[in-house]
Design a protein around this ligand. Structure first.
Ligand code: PEP
Ligand code: MN
Length: 339
């Protein structure tokens, strides 16, 4: 059972609710978000039906939820979550948003060139890693804060929104300054401390599915963020580990309709990491849109052969132009559109 307190609920209101739950021998979990406090009652929910919690002062709503993920579940909220950015870009509505850019920010010139090209093709969000989660400690680790400055410059010049990955809570203040969407990478999907920290801020979060995470684990990770108050979460299917070796990962497109039925959160497909091969990115982007995704993330590089990371899955800008015209056709066939 989830009890959502009103924004103006007093500490006494909260205490009365938790005392009533505890008096029935159940556990209480209190999540204090920026806007609202949410009380989770842990234990046999049938006992709780004996208390008229909805009538308590300061209580906004009471939800009986069967799934282990509560706030992010469709049971909790029927209508789709729609994220509207300050510049008017909407994610989660009929328009499919495309986030595109290099795997890593390598230099100001590189980023600005790619930014101009993806913008011209119709993307409204620029991606680029400043802090890179690399398998080897001896490979390029990202430009760090310098990369964030290049992203900020690209936003200023193009008007594109920015998304970049956060790996360490210590970088959160810098992220808050420079980025419009915080990306939590696949390797950190179950970094619960990091999830709780981004749950405390008011900035949309893109949560990538872990390399070997089940859909339930993925949604429980999203629940960590939501339970701290931040409900603006975009779920990213980016491929999972399987026995197949022809591709870097296996893009689990089943996850798209499964997620859409279980959660109200928008779903994004990343066919770049999902396949690891640039020649598969366009067909799998088309497939993602056909499966019902709300957004795409595409790696684009001016010179993939010289890229510091993920060159093999990056599209050159001309190929990205093709991708956009291809996904436009599929989007209109399924009642959506791409700018
Ligand atoms: C990325 O987006 O560049 C990235 C590292 O993705 P993932 O966390 O999905 O591997
Ligand atoms: Mn990458």
């Amino acid at each position: 059972m989830i009890i959502v307190m009103k924004p103006d609920a007093t500490p006494q209101d909260l205490e009365r609710v938790s005392d009533a739950i505890k008096a029935k021998g159940l556990g209480v979990n209190i999540s204090r978000g920026k806007e609202r406090t949410v009380v989770g009652a842990i234990g046999d929910e049938r006992i709780l039906t004996e208390i008229p919690l909805g009538a308590f002062q300061g209580v906004e709503s009471v939800h009986k939820i069967l799934q282990p993920f509560k706030l992010v579940s469709r049971e909790f909220r029927k209508q789709d979550t729609v994220i509207t950015f300050p510049n008017g870009v909407v994610l989660g509505g009929p328009e499919i948003q495309v986030m595109a850019g290099p795997c890593a920010v390598e230099s100001e010139d590189q980023l600005l060139y790619v930014a101009e090209r993806v913008k011209k093709a119709g993307a409204k969000i620029l991606r680029g890693g400043a802090f890179k989660p690399r398998t080897s400690p001896y490979t390029f680790q990202g430009l760090g804060e310098e990369g964030l400055l290049h992203l900020a410059k690209a936003r200023e010049k193009t008007g594109l929104l920015i998304i970049t990955e956060l790996m360490d809570p210590r970088d959160l203040p810098a992220m808050m300054k420079y980025t419009d969407i915080i990306q939590i990478g696949a390797r950190n999907m179950q970094n619960f401390r990091l999830l709780s920290d981004v749950g405390e801020v008011s900035k949309p979060v893109l949560l990538k599915r872990g390399l070997s995470a089940t859909i339930k684990e993925f949604l429980m990770a999203a629940e960590y963020i939501a339970s701290r108050g931040n409900q603006e979460i975009i779920l990213c299917e980016r491929g999972i580990r399987t026995f197949e070796t022809m591709t870097r990962n296996t893009l689990d497109l089943n996850a798209v309709p499964v997620l859409k039925s279980l959660t109200h959160l928008p779903v994004l497909v990343d066919p770049s990491h999902g396949t690891g091969r640039w020649d598969l990115v366009i067909p799998m982007a088309r497939a993602g849109v056909a499966a019902g995704c709300d957004a795409l993330m595409i790696e684009v590089h001016n010179n993939p052969e010289q890229a510091f990371s993920d060159g093999e899955e990056s599209l050159i800008p001309d190929k990205f132009d093709n991708l956009m015209s291809e996904v436009r056709k599929v989007a209109s066939a399924v009642g959506r559109f791409v700018a």
